[in-house]
Design a protein around this ligand. Structure first.
Ligand code: NAP
Length: 239
C-alpha cells in the first residue's frame, strides 16, 4: 500500500495537502501535535483513507518511538511521499528574542526535517523511490525582520533540501521545497491582510489549496526529473 506522511496535517496547509494526496490514492498518515479534534476532522475529510499519527516533530524521542514504531509495525505499507509541513513561528526582534524562542522555532522547523526524514529515508532508499517535499517560506529566502529564528530555520531547510536532493537523486528520490508567501491559515490570522496585501502583486493572501496543488505535483511520479528546487507560491511578492 502506498502511503504519504504529512506532518502538521491537522490544519491549514497540511490539511489541504492531505486532501490532495488522498485524492491521488495515497493512504495518508496525518501527523499532528495536540489538536486531535482538527486532526480527526482532516481524517473525516479524506474519508478515513488514512490514520492519525500523533507526535511532536520537535521531539526526536517521540519521532523515533511513534513514527519508528509505526514503520516497524507496518512493513506492508511503504511511505512513498513525505511532506515536512509542521511549523511554527514565534516572532520577536532579535534584541528581545529569548533563548527559548530561538530553540523552539529551530527545533520545530529545522531539526524536525532531520529526524523525521532520516527515519523515512531508509525505506525510500530500499525501495528506490520517494518524494520529499519541505514546506519552507518566503522568510527563509528573503529574511524577514522580526523572524531571525524562523528565517534561519527555513533557510536551513532550503540548504538541506538542495544537499539531500544530490545525495539521493540516483535512488529515484526527489527532494523539493515549497516557499509560501502569505497564506490564509491560523498562522497568519493575526496579520492585517488589508494592509499587507498592498505589497502583494496579486492583491490577496493565498489559499492552502494553492500550496497543496503544487505539493501534489512534486509528489507525482511525473515530477521525477525535478529535484533540489524551491518553488515560491507568493502571488508575485518579490523575493
Ligand atoms: P497552521 O495553520 O498554524 O498549522 C500548523 C500545523 O502544524 C498544525 O497541524 C499543527 O498541529 C502542526 N504542528 C505545529 N507544531 C507541531 C509540532 N511540534 N509537531 C507536530 N505538528 C505540529 O500553519 P500553516 O500556516 O498551515 O503552516 C504550515 C507550514 O507552512 C509551516 O511550516 C509554516 O511555517 C509554513 N508557511 C506558512 C505560511 C502561511 O502564510 N500560512 C507562509 C510560509 C510558510 P496541531 O493542530 O496539533 O497544533
Amino acid at each position: 500500500m502506498k502511503c504519504a506522511l504529512v506532518t502538521g496535517g491537522s490544519r491549514g496547509i497540511g490539511r489541504a495537502i492531505c486532501l490532495q494526496l488522498a485524492a491521488r490514492g495515497y493512504y495518508v498518515l496525518v501527523n499532528y501535535k495536540s489538536n486531535k479534534e482538527e486532526a480527526e476532522n482532516t481524517l473525516a475529510q479524506i474519508k478515513g483513507k488514512g490514520e492519525l499519527l500523533q507526535f511532536d516533530v520537535a521531539d526526536k524521542e517521540q519521532i523515533q518511538e511513534v513514527l519508528g514504531g509505526w514503520i516497524a509495525a507496518n512493513e506492508d505499507k511503504q511511505v512513498e511521499v513525505l511532506v515536512n509541513n509542521a511549523g511554527i513561528r514565534d516572532d520577536s526582534l532579535m534584541a528581545w528574542m529569548g533563548e527559548e524562542q530561538w530553540d523552539h522555532v529551530l527545533k520545530t522547523n529545522l531539526d524536525s526535517f532531520f529526524y523525521v526524514t532520516r527515519i523515512v529515508l531508509n525505506s525510500m532508499l530500499a525501495h528506490k523511490y520517494g518524494r520529499i517535499i519541505n514546506i519552507v517560506s518566503l522568510s527563509g529566502i528573503k529574511g524577514l525582520a522580526g523572524q531571525t529564528n524562523y528565517s534561519a530555520a527555513k533557510a536551513g531547510v532550503i540548504g538541506a533540501t538542495k544537499a539531500l536532493a544530490q545525495e539521493v537523486a540516483r535512488q529515484g528520490i526527489t527532494v523539493n521545497a515549497l516557499a509560501p508567501g502569505f497564506i490564509k491559515t491560523d498562522m497568519t490570522e493575526g496579520l492585517d491582510e488589508k494592509e499587507m496585501k498592498a505589497i502583494i502583486p496579486a492583491k490577496r493572501f493565498g489559499l492552502p489549496e494553492e500550496v497543496a496543488h503544487a505539493a501534489a505535483f512534486f509528489a507525482s511520479p511525473e515530477a521525477a526529473y525535478i529535484t533540489g528546487q524551491v518553488l515560491s507560491i507568493n502571488g508575485g511578492l518579490y523575493t
